[in-house]
Design a protein around this ligand. Structure first.
Ligand code: ADP
Ligand code: ZN
Length: 621
């Protein structure tokens, strides 16, 4: 089909869009385009350029895959994620799409075969690594072939300021000169203005239509706590109660805690693998492969794990430490629930994390301006953690997006915390630190406030201070928590030498003078329990359908093993849930099921229907 669809009047459906809707249903098995997808697909089908900003899991791939199938010729997809190409191509082949890739993992013969397919017009989609695309040989080949479109995935890699900068991406602007009549579409999940402007400038996309989707991921439930007991125990209660068989990712700061946490989970019967930059490359690769191929695996990782993890059914992402910035938090938690089903972003952090990040910034040699930006970013992150109102509103607000109503799907919405005015106690705590010479740590100061008989206190004469024994209204644990809040709030700073002594900052003054109140968020003690009762099952399966759902999962595992692809490439959980609920009795009835396109029905329809019709309980329905 060609782009002979330009002259349509508004309101009329173009032939191209009719074809696109057909492909969405028969190839992908989806009934409707999501928010911006239809407009993007239409723009590209008609030969226009597009710039697409969508969050992870938003559905960017369809935006170029469908136009590539509608337009004549092959869609070329530039992607830096070489490790992902095999998976992407496998998944497309499962849908009956003629897809291939060109990168350094192919040997000469394989490469020749792919090039011949392209030249012969036998490919719908070709994934190419940027360095390969830029070779004169590849450009020449493209020049001789029929190209449907050029998609530039992970387009933020052109940005010199981002951490994914790729030199070759800067040269991709030559695509505009070499292939002026081919529509180009650049896609990214990186939100900030500067990156967006850089992409458009660097890739000569000034004339492109821009599509900016909401950054909200409504299916992700956010929970952030500063637990007083062990964060790990709390994590275990969360996993055991809510994700007993699900796949998830747990992020820790240090390699040691990664390994300890993985062993700790394994001792409790979960399959958990450690992943960090210190492990040999082959172990890291196997971990990544197992995470994709097996169901219910947990990976415990430093931030090294993530880029290139395109698993749709990660049901939870947990942080056992503070991430570095809100951007990092959003990217990491964004790996949960790409399939749109309910998923959790769970975080526990401690005051130590904040102290460490502050010291890391102070010691960094990026210069004053850099340190200032980093401090602002850390403060924004702490603000998100400490807020008593909707987390999603705070998160989206940070990215410049306004959510009118509280979301109803975060811990603060589901179990609102209490706010306590601790101004007087805070003044006492600050005075205690000040009057003892800003040389002591939390334990000593609490003893002073409580008026404890202690030789150390007596030797320094601190038992004669006015603050000695004025803190009877709170117990020791509550005082310790208050000191933590003052450190988090930035009124007290911990000495960088690591003795734990507390000094007052400029922030402390307005509090001491009574110009500012000190309001503290009291974490509900049992967020997990309160939140859980209100949450949906993922995905929603009635008790009566559960046995069939499990049988279908087992069938999917077998089919996946035979086809040598991850289970989610055969179909998503949502599809199995629908099958278990609707119980189609014939192949014809499979047509209405989400995620089952024509080719999948041909391949797996008979096996699926067989399991469904064999299922007990069918006669009563
Ligand atoms: P992104 O690349 O933006 O992170 P993907 O393209 O991988 O997102 O899509 C995320 C998930 O959403 C995939 O599992 C995809 O199959 C699914 N998806 C995309 N578009 C639709 C749609 N219109 N209807 C149903 N599911 C969709
Ligand atoms: Zn909320």
């Amino acid at each position: 089909m060609t782009a002979a669809v330009n002259r349509r009047t508004s309101g009329e459906h173009s032939a191209g869009m009719a074809a696109a809707a057909g492909i969405l249903e028969t190839v992908f098995g989806y009934k409707q385009f999501r928010s911006h997808q239809a407009a993007i697909v239409e723009t590209v089908i008609e030969g226009g350029d597009a710039f697409v900003l969508m969050p992870t899991g938003g559905g960017k791939s369809l935006c170029y895959q469908i136009p590539a199938l509608v337009r004549a010729g092959t869609g070329i997809v530039v992607s830096p994620l070489v490790a992902l190409m095999q998976d992407q191509v496998d998944a497309l082949k499962q849908l009956g799409v003629r897809a291939a890739f060109l990168n350094s993992t192919l040997d000469r013969a394989q490469q020749d075969a792919v090039e011949a397919q392209l030249a012969g017009g036998r490919l719908d989609l070709l994934y190419v690594a940027p360095e390969r695309l830029l070779q004169e040989r590849t450009l020449g080949l493209l020049g001789r072939s029929r190209i449907a479109l050029l998609a530039i995935d992970e387009a933020h890699c052109v940005s010199q300021w981002g951490h994914d900068f790729r030199q070759e991406y800067r040269q991709l602007r030559l695509l505009a000169e070499r292939f002026p009549s081919v529509p180009r579409i650049a896609l990214t999940a990186t939100a900030d203005e500067r990156t967006r402007a850089e992409i458009i400038g660097e890739l000569s996309l000034e004339g492109a239509r821009q599509f900016i989707a909401s950054f909200d991921r409504p299916n992700i439930q956010y929970r952030i706590a500063q637990p007083d007991s062990s964060a790990r125990d709390r994590l275990w209660r969360f996993i055991a109660a809510e994700h007993p068989t699900d796949a998830g990712i747990i992020y820790c700061l240090s390699r040691r805690s990664v390994e300890e946490t993985a062993a700790w989970l394994a001792a409790r019967g979960r399959t958990a693998l450690a992943y960090h930059a210190g492990l040999p490359a082959d172990i890291r690769r196997t971990t990544q492969e197992r995470f994709l191929a097996e169901e219910g695996l947990i990976v415990v990782a430093t931030i090294a794990f993530g880029m290139g993890i395109d698993k749709p059914d990660v049901r939870f992402v947990a942080h056992l430490n503070l991430p570095k910035t809100i951007e990092a938090y959003y990217q990491e938690t964004g790996r949960a629930g790409r399939d749109g089903e309910p998923a959790d972003a769970w975080m526990a952090y401690g005051v130590q994390d904040i102290v460490q990040l502050r010291q890391w910034i102070d010691r960094s040699d990026g210069g004053d301006a850099f340190q200032k930006v980093q401090r602002q970013k850390l403060d924004a992150l702490i603000g998100l953690c400490e807020t008593a109102s909707c987390r999603r509103q705070a998160l989206l607000g940070y990215f410049g997006e306004r959510l009118a109503e509280p979301c109803g799907n975060c811990d603060n919405c589901l179990a609102p915390p209490d706010i306590a005015d601790q101004t007087v106690a805070a003044q006492k705590a600050l005075s205690a630190a000040f009057r003892t010479g800003e040389r002591f740590g939390v334990g000593y100061l609490v003893d002073v406030l409580l008026g404890k008989q202690d030789p150390r206190i007596e030797r320094s004469g601190h038992d004669r201070l006015s603050v000695f024994g004025i803190g009877g209204e709170l117990a020791a644990a509550a005082w310790r928590q208050l000191f933590r809040q003052l450190i988090i709030g930035g009124q007290l700073a911990v000495d960088p030498e690591g003795h734990g002594s507390l000094t007052l900052t400029d922030e402390a003054r307005p509090l001491l003078r009574g110009e500012k109140r000190f309001l503290v968020r009291q974490s509900p003690t049992d967020v997990e329990g309160r939140v859980k009762r209100k949450r949906r099952r993922d995905p929603t399966i009635a008790d009566g359908d559960e046995p069939l759902y499990r049988e279908l999962k087992a069938l999917r595992s077998r089919l996946a093993a035979e086809a040598r692809v991850p289970p989610y490439v055969i179909c998503h959980d949502r599809t199995l849930a629908e099958l278990a609920q609707k119980r189609p009795a014939s192949i014809a009835e499979l047509n209405g099921i989400t995620g089952l396109g024509q080719v999948k029905i041909e391949r797996y329809g008979a096996a699926l229907v067989e399991v469904v019709t064999r299922a007990p309980g069918l006669s009563q329905r």
